[in-house]
Design a protein around this ligand. Structure first.
Ligand SMILES: *[C@@H]1O[C@H](CO)[C@@H](O)[C@H](O)[C@H]1NC(C)=O
Ligand SMILES: *[C@@H]1O[C@H](CO)[C@@H](O)[C@H](O)[C@H]1NC(C)=O
Ligand SMILES: *[C@@H]1O[C@H](CO)[C@@H](O)[C@H](O)[C@H]1NC(C)=O
Ligand SMILES: *[C@@H]1O[C@H](CO)[C@@H](O)[C@H](O)[C@H]1NC(C)=O
Ligand SMILES: *[C@@H]1O[C@H](CO)[C@@H](O)[C@H](O)[C@H]1NC(C)=O
Ligand SMILES: *[C@@H]1O[C@H](CO)[C@@H](O)[C@H](O)[C@H]1NC(C)=O
Length: 927
């Protein structure tokens, strides 16, 4: 008989295994560990050395003592520690082996992918001091029995998927010093028993779904130094008993729906170093007693409804380095006390009602790094010593009433990265001394009263990316000759600045994306070299005296989206190219010598002569016609007063008549339905006589508001970007307006989310949305808030490029409301304060959409389940949702995108994040 080699090998193995089992059956510890291992998924073979050795160890030693992660006592007779943290292990545990390991002192499962219920038998490990199951995917209720672990010191269950109530019995373990249940889905109130811990030093319950009132019993925790219970949604306010926790150093109840006042008892916490109560509904005054918190280093009360003044007594807070009070209803002046704080480095007061002068000595006593007082009513001069200690990196002062010249320190504050002074009343020259501002990247001085021209030395600002001085009507001067050679300059704006001279030649302008020079007195030709700027997408030269032709080479640009040369003296023909055809003809108007699409076609001189003849003939005809018409018109107008329809087509859309459009709205009895055609749904699909299918949106408008609304509609129609659905035109009478949009049949983001796209499509979608939004916010002037960004109104073009629809629509509807001033004839949405909130909401919604896309729509109620989770856990979940393993290089991209989403949705930002910042973070590009 012949036995196959495989079979014989198998037989041999069987014999071996059987004999080994016979010899080592008394090493029950090692056996149990192997049994435990058999329940794990171990994709990276992290436990590769977990196997029985072929030779038996001497002296009854446990074989497992030499295995990865296992630690034993000195003579290897007891397993006392098991550390399997961060080894990429997964699987569900039965817990059937745990009873063997009664000697175990430390069990660390942290940072793996274990899932399912936590086995209740884990509480049979009665000698445990450290139990760390953090950063896993355990779910279900936290099992009963934890109070059996009488020696437990550290219980860390951070970042899992537990649900149900917090275990109240854990408070019976008197030895516990650390309890961490943060980052799961625990619900219900914090058990009042949690006031009974005897040695607790740290409690972390943040980022769950906890509710109810915060139990006053917590005040009994006399040993507690660190309490983090925010990112839940409690009812009621902060119990005053919290002031009894005499050892507390760190208190964080941010984002927790807290209402009512800040109890003055908090000021009893003499050792408190950090107090974070931001993003709640706290009201009332900031208690002046907080000045008793002499150890306080960080105070963040931002994003509440606090009112009144900053207490003078804050001068006592000698250790304070962060003072963040932005987004409240605070008023009054900033007391001198703040300027006297010796450790202050970050001062965030934006979006309040502060007024008066900033203290003159601000910055003298401490190393200020970041000052943001934007959107208040501050007046007077910018304090002269903000950078006296050479640490200031961001100075954000926009939308106040600051006057006087730019402070002298700007000429040698080399730490500066970002200054935003726009929308103030600053005067005098731009004395920045760019040569010494080696890190400056963002400078916005727009809408002030500056003079003296764009400084020559701007060409030394080697890191400058954004420079805006538009709307400084007395600035004057010429543009510096080497302006465009700045290596990182992406955006240069100096519209309405009274600038004269020529446009300097473009050199090595590789980053340049947006150039706005409109409404100046620029002369000469457009430099040919402009076509060397390969990133240039928007050039606005409108309202100048520029002559000559549009450089033919510009026709080959692949990046150009808009060249606005309207109202100059440009001659010749518009380059015959798709990009130019798609631009609105308003970009070329006011140049009598210019021709070509999208203006009238160019003709040779013979044609012109013939046409002159025709014109004469026509003139004669017209005179006759007018005479006839005048008599008739009066009658017709009277008849049709109710419903004179007009159709306005934006560039690129056939010049249909109102009748053509209305007819296609369905009714054969068109003449009867002319006043209220049958378009009832908010948006519907209509096929026009030319065969073009469009989406139509209907608005009933107030005749008084037509003018101001039309202005916005025209602005929306002129907003052209590959990530915006084109508004093709509109058709209106005095009661109604129909907006006609491009119809894109490829579905919307909401459909795609559920379809589990691959990562590169997801990335493309997010980036496209960001670009569209960035264009609306930063490249439209005034900015157009989208106002209703949702997955359902982001549609896909043939190229699967996402396009935003219904942008500006919400703002349009606001203009239609009686509460809105009609008198604002030149509507400047960008300057209307509610618009700022809308822009903020757009960014917030964008963050939500990213999260929805990342999680395949699993998380629509983003505000709760997602925002309250620690980032690591979220990332873990998202990576597994997208089937990306811990080693995959995509993980970095996902992590970055998640970071951006959280920055957009968690409002605690040190400087308001703009869509520009967002896009830059996502892709390093500028919009
Ligand atoms: C091993 O050490 C423990 C104490 O750590 C002791 O109780 C035990 O008797 C020792 N066993 C042997 C076999 O030496
Ligand atoms: C568990 O392991 C992780 C990672 O090695 C470590 O950071 C953590 O402190 C450990 N937990 C305990 C309770 O020792
Ligand atoms: C814990 O151990 C006891 C006996 O020591 C046993 O009766 C019980 O079933 C064990 N619990 C679990 C959950 O294994
Ligand atoms: C995490 O647990 C949930 C609920 O048990 C499960 O649906 C999901 O697949 C788990 N994720 C991983 C990565 O194991
Ligand atoms: C937020 O707090 C208010 C006031 O205490 C309460 O009425 C409301 O129910 C709370 N919201 C949630 C979601 O708990
Ligand atoms: C705790 O605080 C409350 C109110 O602040 C006070 O009435 C009470 O006596 C304090 N209890 C203890 C034990 O200190």
């Amino acid at each position: 008989m012949e036995i196959s080699p495989t079979l014989s090998f198998l037989c041999f193995n069987l014999v071996l295994v059987a004999s080994l089992a016979a010899v080592y059956s008394d090493d029950v510890f090692s056996d149990s560990l192997l049994s435990l291992k058999s329940e794990f998924s171990d994709n990276y073979n992290a436990l590769g050395d977990w196997f029985m050795p072929s030779r038996r160890n001497p002296f009854d030693e446990i074989a497992a003592c030499s295995w990865t992660g296992v630690s034993c006592n000195s003579n290897s007779t007891m397993i006392i520690g098991l550390d399997l943290s961060g080894r990429g292990l997964g699987g569900e545990l039965t817990g059937k082996q745990f009873h063997v390991f009664v000697d175990l002192v430390s069990l660390n499962f942290s940072h793996n992918l274990f899932s399912g219920d936590l086995p209740v038998s884990i509480f049979n490990l009665t000698n445990l001091k450290n139990l760390d199951i953090s950063r896993n995917n355990f779910s279900g209720n936290f099992p009963n029995g934890v109070s059996g672990l009488k020696k437990l010191v550290v219980l860390d269950a951070f970042s899992n998927g537990f649900s149900g109530p917090l275990p109240a019995e854990v408070s019976q373990v008197q030895s516990l010093k650390v309890v961490n249940f943060a980052g799961s889905y625990f619900s219900g109130p914090i058990p009042s028993e949690y006031g009974n811990f005897k040695s607790l030093e740290l409690i972390h319950l943040a980022g769950n779904l906890l509710g109810g009132e915060i139990p006053p019993d917590l005040g009994k925790l006399q040993t507690l130094t660190h309490m983090e219970i925010g990112y839940n949604s409690y009812q009621g306010g902060i119990p005053m008993e919290i002031g009894n926790m005499s050892q507390l150093q760190y208190l964080d109840i941010a984002g927790a729906n807290l209402s009512g006042p800040i109890p003055k008892e908090i000021s009893n916490l003499a050792k408190l170093q950090s107090l974070f109560l931001f993003r709640n509904q706290l009201t009332g005054l900031i208690p002046s007693q907080l000045s008793n918190l002499v150890s306080l280093q960080s105070l963040d009360l931002s994003d509440n409804q606090l009112s009144g003044k900053i207490p003078e007594s804050f001068s006592e807070l000698k250790n304070l380095s962060l003072l963040s009070l932005f987004q409240n209803e605070l008023s009054g002046t900033v007391p001198q006390a703040i300027a006297d704080l010796p450790m202050l480095d970050t001062l965030l007061l934006w979006n309040n009602y502060f007024s008066g002068f900033l203290p003159n000595t601000l910055g003298v006593k401490s190393n200020l790094k970041l000052v943001d007082v934007s959107t208040n009513n501050f007046s007077g001069k910018i304090p002269p010593s903000l950078c006296v200690n050479g640490m200031l990196s961001k100075l954000i002062l926009f939308s106040n009433y600051f006057t006087g010249e730019l402070p002298f320190f700007l000429s040698n504050c080399s730490s500066l990265v970002r200054i935003r002074f726009e929308d103030n009343s600053l005067s005098g020259p731009i004395s920045l001394n760019f040569g010494s501002l080696s890190d400056i990247s963002y400078v916005d001085l727009s809408s002030n009263k500056l003079t003296g021209g764009v400084p020559e030395d701007i060409t030394q600002a080697s890191k400058l990316e954004y420079f805006n001085v538009s709307n400084n009507p007395e600035l004057g001067g010429d543009l510096p000759p080497k302006l465009w050679s700045l290596p990182l300059l992406g955006n240069f704006s100096s519209s309405s600045c009274n600038i004269s001279g020529n446009i300097p030649p473009f050199q090595s302008c590789k980053s340049l994306t947006v150039v706005e020079l409109s409404s100046n007195y620029l002369l000469g030709n457009m430099p040919e070299t402009i076509s060397d700027c390969h990133s240039l997408s928007i050039i606005d030269l409108s309202h100048n005296n520029i002559s000559g032709e549009i450089p033919e080479s510009l026709g080959h640009s692949t990046s150009l989206v808009l060249l606005n040369v309207s109202f100059n003296d440009i001659s010749g023909s518009i380059p015959d190219n798709n990009h130019f055809r798609l631009m609105d003809n308003s970009a070329f108007l006011g140049n009598p010598k210019l021709c070509g699409v999208p203006l009238q076609a160019c003709r040779n001189s013979k044609e012109i002569q013939t046409e002159l003849l025709w014109v004469l003939v026509l003139c004669a005809a017209v005179v006759v016609f007018i005479a006839l018409a005048v008599s008739g018109v009066y009658y017709i107008q009277k008849e049709r007063k109710k419903g004179q329809w007009k159709m306005i087509s934006f560039n690129g859309f056939p010049n249909l008549t109102a009748n053509d459009v209305l007819k296609s709205f369905s009714s054969p009895e068109f003449m009867e339905t002319i006043q209220y055609p049958l378009v009832s749904s908010p948006i519907c699909k209509v096929t026009l006589p030319t065969g073009i299918t469009v989406s139509v949106k209907k608005i009933e408008w107030d005749p008084q508001r037509m003018e101001v609304m039309e202005e916005l509609i025209i602005q929306m129609g002129n907003a052209r970007h590959k990530n915006l659905t084109r508004l093709l035109g509109y058709c209106y009478n005095k009661d109604l307006v129909y907006l006609l949009y491009d119809h894109l049949p490829n579905g919307n983001v909401a459909d795609k989310i559920l379809g589990r796209q691959d990562w590169s499509s997801k990335y493309k979608t997010v980036l496209g949305i960001a670009k569209g939004l960035c264009f609306l916010h930063h490249d439209c002037y005034p900015a157009i808030p989208h106002g209703g960004l949702r997955p359902t109104n982001i549609v896909f073009a043939e190229s699967m490029e996402p396009q935003l629809t219904e942008f500006g629509f919400r703002f349009l509807m606001q203009l239609n409301k009686a509460s809105f001033p009609v008198t604002v004839s030149k509507m400047q949405p960008g300057q209307y304060t509610s618009v700022k909130e809308e822009l903020y909401m757009d960014i917030y919604n964008f963050g939500n959409i990213i999260l929805e896309i990342l999680t395949n729509g699993r998380t629509q109620n983003v505000s709760k389940s997602i925002l309250n989770k620690p980032t690591e856990q979220l990332l873990e979940e998202i990576c597994s949702e997208n089937e990306v393993s811990p080693q995959n290089s995509l993980r970095k991209e996902i992590s970055l995108m998640l970071e951006v989403a959280l920055l957009c949705t968690r409002s605690r930002s040190t400087d308001q994040l703009s869509m520009k910042d967002v896009l830059n973070l996502l892709s390093g590009s500028i919009c």
